[in-house]
Design a protein around this ligand. Structure first.
Ligand code: ADP
Ligand code: MG
Ligand code: ZN
Length: 620
């Protein structure tokens, strides 16, 4: 299941228009700058021969001169010598007499360094100009928003105002326990006196913990909507920027804003982006993140709940958080946001189905039943996909079939009807999938089959899909053994029909092997080894969900484990082969029908194979 987290705030990309404007602006500035430099440096525009200069000097027409590095001379004349007030001359050779002549005539003399040619000026200033442009663009890039350039350390926290559409607890289906805890926070923010009078201490920080898409962000918004206090929202990833120190100053700013606007809620979404355990060697060189986290810890210690500021945070990885964050006085209260159960799923569907026009025949309870293991975000997505299917089919209302297509799309990935498959491959896929499918009807603990298809989905050439009848959190040994047999069904069918198997069995073999191994080493489901767990799981912080096992058993035990696995696999294989051999005629019928129809559901299969109707049929 995908995490459809749509609440992450993406910064708007720097728009091309704005950039072009800035670019032209910069060019104009630079041009003006150069122009002024050149104009100033050029001096008098009239150039006269040196001989003329000397002549004027001797005649006493010159008022003052500036000599440039003994190469060029700029002269100001006494009021209007032939209409020329100033001119310049090149000094052609070292003139020994010039000095005495100037002194004799009482001319004011100034010296100056060599005059730069315009080209030198441009070449000299080029690095500066380019550097300036570069830095300027970097700032804009980092800042994202052109008009906010140079306001780095400011938190970009969002303040929810009354104009935003308010989210309340009504908009959050289920989550009773979480709501109960959060209501207390709301209550406190509304009238703190009630709590402080008896001396009750309200938690400073509340951490919402739950899988992606379970509604953590939604709940935080609902708290703000209910409490009617100022609400600052920032995502953990917003703190972490490319420049060291920026994150820390953003944290400082965020808390300052919160304090200034108390009573207030500060919500830090995806806390794990900043709050990972320090010094865990995550990628290396994460000084910036560490500084940000330290600043957060300092800020959390530095204020009192009496100030009327409460910090909410959300994460789906509480295991990677720095323990310092979870100490008393920080996020000392954790609220677990669970995946929804059947009733909650129905309630969530109801909330989102309000937005679309539903056909009367759509029973949301049935849909809830048929979507085990999905999150609130998935269900929202499901309703939307169903509406899209309805539109695509030119309907005005959303029907049950649209929900079914949507669910299959979300659960199985998009059907790839365009994939080209040879007829032989299609037939062998049909046998393979029929092998899986048929077993569902002959195994005691197997989930009912939903449908079987030979239309490629993603990597798979075909699929046999089952659906559990109810939400189950634990599985029995019988269910697992039957699951292994079902996984073997494809392989066994191929072997029966073609006397050889294909590479299409890879995933099935993997699945069966994993299940058998876990039966033996984790779940105590082997008679031989019994109640024992081998190779305890460890979850090192750095590896995230990667589970490392360490071997804590002897070679002898290893051999026993292998033997037990082998024994279980063999007995499953035997049982599977027996079922499919006994019902080979049905296997053939089903496979041929599949080649023709491409997809068959439970009802069609029962009719085709003359099987009794299923008693309980809640699934869509
Ligand atoms: P999280 O932050 O836990 O990843 P979100 O709060 O972003 O999840 O949830 C994503 C969307 O899923 C929400 O915007 C909402 O539409 C829907 N959703 C999730 N849980 C619920 C719920 N309990 N009730 C109603 N809608 C929900
Ligand atoms: Mg979220
Ligand atoms: Zn298979």
């Amino acid at each position: 299941m995908q995490n459809n987290n749509k609440n992450q705030q993406k910064r708007p990309p720097v728009s091309f228009e704005k950039n072009r404007f800035a670019f032209i602006f910069t060019i104009l500035l630079v041009a003006l700058f150069l122009f002024l430099l050149l104009f100033n440096g050029n001096g008098p525009s009239i150039e006269l021969p040196y001989s003329t200069f000397v002549q004027y000097l001797e005649q006493g027409y010159i008022e003052s001169v500036t000599i440039y590095d003994y190469k060029e001379i700029h002269a100001l004349t006494k009021s209007g010598v032939g209409g020329i007030s100033s001119f310049k001359s090149k000094i052609p050779y070292p003139d020994e007499e010039l000095m005495s002549l100037l002194r004799e005539k009482g001319v004011a003399v100034q010296g100056a360094g060599s005059r730069m040619s315009p080209l030198t000026i441009i070449l000299n200033s080029l690095p500066w100009v380019l550097g300036f442009i570069f830095i300027w663009f970097m700032f804009r890039q980092v800042q994202g928003n052109g008009n906010k350039a140079f306001s780095f350390g400011k938190s970009r926290a969002k303040l929810y105002s009354d104009t935003d559409k308010k989210v309340t607890f009504e908009d959050v289906a289920g989550q009773k326990e979480a709501k109960y805890e959060l209501e207390e926070i709301v209550d406190f923010l509304k009238n703190p006196g009630k709590f402080t009078k008896i001396g009750a201490r309200i938690p400073k920080g509340v951490l919402l913990v739950g899988m992606p898409g379970t509604g953590k962000t939604l709940l935080a918004k609902a708290v703000a909507g209910e409490a009617e206090v100022n609400y600052f929202h920032m995502s953990g990833s917003d703190f972490v920027e490319m420049f060291v120190g920026v994150g820390a100053s953003r944290v400082r700013d965020l808390f300052e804003q919160g304090r200034k606007n108390a009573p207030a809620i500060i919500f830090i979404d995806e806390l794990d982006a900043v709050g990972r355990t320090r010094g865990a060697g995550y990628g290396g060189g994460h000084d910036e993140r560490e500084q940000t986290l330290n600043q957060m810890l300092v800020e959390m210690d530095g204020f009192d709940t009496k100030d009327g500021v409460i910090i909410l945070a959300a994460t789906n990885r509480p295991d990677v958080l720095d323990p310092a964050l979870l100490r008393p006085g920080r996020f000392d209260r954790q609220v677990v946001i669970d995946m929804p159960d059947i009733q909650e799923r129905e309630a969530i569907l109801k909330i989102h189905a309000r937005k679309v026009s539903l056909d009367l025949g759509v029973d949301l309870q049935r849909i809830a039943r048929a979507t085990p293991g999905t999150s609130g975000a998935d269900l929202e997505n499901l309703v939307n996909e169903a509406a899209l299917f309805a539109v695509r089919n030119g309907k005005k209302i959303v029907e049950l079939s649209d929900f079914e297509s949507a669910r299959d799309k979300i659960l199985l990935g998009v059907a790839r009807k365009s994939k080209i498959i040879t007829p032989e491959e299609k037939l062998s896929t049909a046998y393979h999938e029929s092998g899986h499918a048929l077993l569902h009807y002959y195994l005691e603990y197997a989930d009912p089959l939903h449908k079987v298809t030979v239309i490629p989905h993603g990597q798979a050439l075909g699929l046999a899909i089952s659906l559990p009848e109810k939400d189950e959190y634990t599985k029995s040994r019988g269910w697992i053994v039957d699951r292994i047999k079902i996984a073997m069904g494809g392989y066994v069918a191929e072997k029966l029909i073609y006397n050889q198997t294909t590479t299409g069995t890879k995933k099935d073999i993997e699945q069966a092997t994993t299940l058998v191994r876990r039966m033996v080493v984790e779940w105590g489901m082997s008679e031989e080894l019994g109640f024992v767990a081998f190779g305890q799981e460890e979850e090192p912080i750095f590896l995230g969900k990667e589970i490392a096992r360490h071997k804590d058993y002897s070679e002898e035990t290893a051999k026993k484990i292998d033997m037990e696995m082998d024994r279980i696999l063999r007995s499953c294989m035997e049982a599977t082969t027996k079922i499919l051999t006994d019902h080979r005629d049905q296997l053939e019928t089903l496979a041929k029908a599949l080649v023709r129809e491409e997809t068959l559901d439970d009802e069609q299969i029962r009719e085709l194979l003359d099987l009794p109707e299923r008693v309980k049929r809640d699934l869509i």
